[in-house]
Design a protein around this ligand. Structure first.
Ligand code: ZN
Length: 184
């Protein structure tokens, strides 16, 4: 099993800015101190998929301007600055696969399971996981590294992915255990 971790929209506008989700603070330490360092240590590619909106984007009609391309709001939060060996993709839709080249990139890396984390469980995590499923990947969500505007939205996002796509709903500790045991 070759995993990749896709970090969705851990950007200034999503955490502290235009569309801040207070609950995002909950997942930062687990991402920063547990999941992402362990992924890098075990050769699991970390890929950031970041909103980089243009003024014409359809999504702005729903949310208003956020994570506008080239602005500070569209930058990854300082706590989770990508490492040199990570990849960074820009996206303009909830789905990180849509017209980004992400599928081709994952195939070139030999990835067969996509682990999604970040914001929001019921939106970009959901749509990106669904797209990974449609492209033939196994999918997993680290429930303690993803969040939404409310507990209810988070829980319903996870339940939907479990029910509709048979996603593995897991935790950072279980993922790290899996990478460690695969290394021995
Ligand atoms: Zn957006």
């Amino acid at each position: 099993m070759t995993d990749s971790v896709i970090v969705l929209d851990m950007l200034n506008d999503f955490v502290t800015g235009a569309i801040a989700a207070e609950r995002a603070e909950r997942i930062i330490p687990t991402l920063r101190d547990e999941l992402l360092p362990a992924a890098r240590e075990h050769g699991v590619r970390v890929i950031y998929a970041n909103d980089a909106h243009r003024p014409e984007d359809f999504e702005l009609a729903v949310w208003g301007p956020h994570a506008m391309r080239g602005t500070e709001g569209a930058e990854v939060i300082p706590e989770l600055t990508p490492a040199d060996e990570d990849d960074v993709f820009e996206k303009r839709f909830y789905d990180a696969f849509y017209e980004t080249g992400l599928d081709q990139h994952l195939r070139s890396l030999g990835v067969d399971r996509v682990v999604t984390v970040g914001l929001h469980t019921n939106m970009c995590v959901r749509h990106t996981s669904a797209s990974a499923f449609f492209n033939g990947y196994d999918i997993a969500v680290s429930a303690d590294c993803a969040d939404a505007f409310s507990e209810d939205e988070h829980e319903r996002g996870l339940a939907y992915l479990d029910y509709v796509y048979d996603a593995e709903i897991t935790t950072a500790a279980d993922l790290v255990d899996g990478w460690e045991s695969a290394a021995h």
